[in-house]
Design a protein around this ligand. Structure first.
Ligand code: HEM
Length: 514
């Protein structure tokens, strides 16, 4: 028995050693970008494993250069960390490096099958993306009557809610800034999707669901690095995600059923108020009905509707509140910037009851504060792609099937591009020509919080309208200060990475009505 065990152990060690040597030789032969030497089996897991991978990958780039390759379990990953290498991925070779390999979590409830975030750029992705960009989240639709009305209603509700805390001076308690922004965005999205508001219990439930779903979405998961064991879902991440996504599906299904019944009763839309017919669900149901008649071209059905609406809902209630929270945290610590911004808002808005998106176009410092927040706290720090063909970048080979991560956070902190990259200086966006730093992914690929190329964020038109309107509203109508404890001990600015990069300790602030 002992000799049998010895033979088994020796064989196992030999297999591990030879696969290790093979990996090293393969790396030299294949002209992969440089990187740390991988260990047997786990590869470079120890070099990159961290709760904040954008920072550990940034440190690797400082040592090995703007193109680094690492091996994590069975996967080869190339990390891109400079404007010039990002241009190669997001422009020159954009046709070949926009594939997706969805994290296993996204397979929960089959979500990845129809999710724009995880579909590879085939026909289904193209069609869903076109529908999203042209019909659902286009500037024309967002500036149309229905959505402008929903935005206004959500902002007025926010003002009312904060006013309650602001006037209750006897028991003045700090307000959770991200929570307020979450409620506003959730209300807005529900109105935009279904033309109805959310009751307090559903709002609370959705807050819990969103928090858990964004945590699970990118949780480091052994199933992603060792696909051979993925079916077991050892950490329960896929099951957890299925549960959260399932709750949103359930609420969306109820709205779909309600609307379909109403359409049947009124003979296909007649009698239903106009507002409902132009909301996102109304537009998607119209497409579904057309698709049902043309059986060959089915893109829209119950699955695609609920996946799309779940995606945009979660993206909006996570990304925009997190950005607002970071911006407020920076402004609360930088009283000069806060004062300057409030003065500009005051001179442009005067005593306006509600800040609308169109008003705040004329407040350059507000736009600069938002850009600087998105640079310093890059909300989506890492953009994952998959190479669908082998390509060559700056003399290195990126093999087909390899994961290619663009480290937007590292690019936004590149000291060759940004003076004092770790400091909050909104003025840097005022000193340059306006076109130079638009949001569409600049020509020089130095500032691109929404990424660039074919997979540029679909929510960009909504985000660039809601961010200034929301931040402008918070600041124009209220006076904000840090709670006593944060004033004395400093604010905890540490990060937590979920679907987006959020503040690890939710920001609390004292508020007074103006
Ligand atoms: C501060 C706000 C936001 C930031 C910084 C942001 C950033 C990003 C980034 C960096 C990507 C990855 C692009 C790529 O793969 O190259 C992305 C994708 C995406 N975003 Fe956003 N986003 C924001 C808000 C939103 C909102 C509000 C929505 C929806 C209403 C949204 C919907 C999407 C979708 C659907 C994709 C996937 C696009 C695709 O792969 O085709 N985002 N976003």
């Amino acid at each position: 028995m002992a000799s049998f065990l010895l033979v088994c152990t020796t064989s196992l060690l030999l297999i591990i050693l030879s696969s290790y040597i093979y990996q090293l030789l393969e790396r030299t032969r294949s002209r992969l970008p440089p990187g740390p030497v991988p260990l047997p089996i786990i590869g470079n897991l120890l070099d990159v494993a961290s709760k904040l991978p954008h920072r550990s990958l940034w440190r690797l780039a400082e040592r090995y250069g703007p193109l680094v390759s690492v091996r994590i379990g069975a996967a080869v990953v190339v990390v891109v960390s400079s404007p010039s290498t990002a241009r190669e991925v997001l422009k020159t070779h954009n046709g070949s490096i926009t594939g997706r390999r969805p994290p296993d979590a996204w397979n929960g409830a089959g979500h990845a099958t129809n999710s724009l975030f995880t579909l590879s750029p085939g026909r289904r992705w193209r069609e869903l993306r076109r529908i999203g960009a042209e019909h659902l989240l286009s500037p024309r639709r967002l500036d149309g009557h229905g959505l402008r009305h929903a935005m206004r209603a959500a902002l007025l509700d926010m003002r009312r809610r904060i006013s309650k805390s602001a006037t209750d001076t006897a028991a003045a308690k700090p307000v959770e800034v991200g929570g307020v922004a979450f409620e506003t965005m959730a209300e807005l999205m529900w109105r935009a999707m279904f033309s109805c508001g959310l009751d307090a219990a559903t709002l609370r439930e959705l807050h819990g669901v969103a928090r858990e779903a964004v945590r699970l979405a990118l949780t480091p998961n052994v199933s992603d690095f060792f696909p051979a064991v993925a079916a077991m879902d050892l950490q329960g991440v896929r099951r957890g995600m299925a549960k959260q996504v399932g709750k949103v599906y359930e609420l969306i299904d109820q709205e779909i059923d309600k609307r379909r019944r109403a359409r049947e009763e009124t003979g296909g839309g007649g009698g239903i108020v106009d507002e409902q017919e132009v909301d996102l669900l109304g537009v998607m149901l119209d497409m579904w009905e057309v698709d049902e008649e043309e059986v060959d071209e089915v893109v829209m059905n119950r699955d695609t509707i609920r996946t799309f609406l779940t995606d945009v809902f979660l993206a909006a209630v996570d990304s925009i509140p997190s950005t607002i929270e970071w911006a407020m945290a920076e402004l609360l610590q930088n009283r000069e910037a806060m004062k300057k911004l409030k003065e500009q808002l005051n001179s442009v808005l005067g005593s306006k009851e509600c800040v609308e998106c169109s008003d705040v176009d004329g407040v350059p410092y507000l736009q600069a504060v938002i850009k600087e927040t998105l640079r310093l706290h890059s909300l989506v720090p890492l953009v994952p792609n998959n190479a669908e063909d082998t390509v060559e970048i700056q003399g290195h080979v990126i093999p087909k099937g390899c994961n290619v991560i663009v480290n937007l956070w590292a690019i936004h902190h590149n000291a060759e591009v940004w003076t004092n990259p770790c400091k909050f200086i909104p003025e840097r966006f005022l000193q340059c020509n306006k076109e130079e730093f638009n949001y569409q992914g600049t020509e020089d690929f130095e500032f691109m919080p929404f990424s660039a190329g074919k997979r540029l964020c679909l929510g960009l038109p909504l985000a660039t309208r809601m961010l200034p309107a929301l931040l402008g509203s918070l600041l124009h109508h209220f006076e904000w200060t840090l709670p006593k404890e944060a004033k004395e001990n400093g604010l905890d600015m540490s990060e937590k990475l979920g679907l987006t990069l959020a503040m690890a300790t939710p920001l609390q602030a004292m508020v007074k009505a103006m």
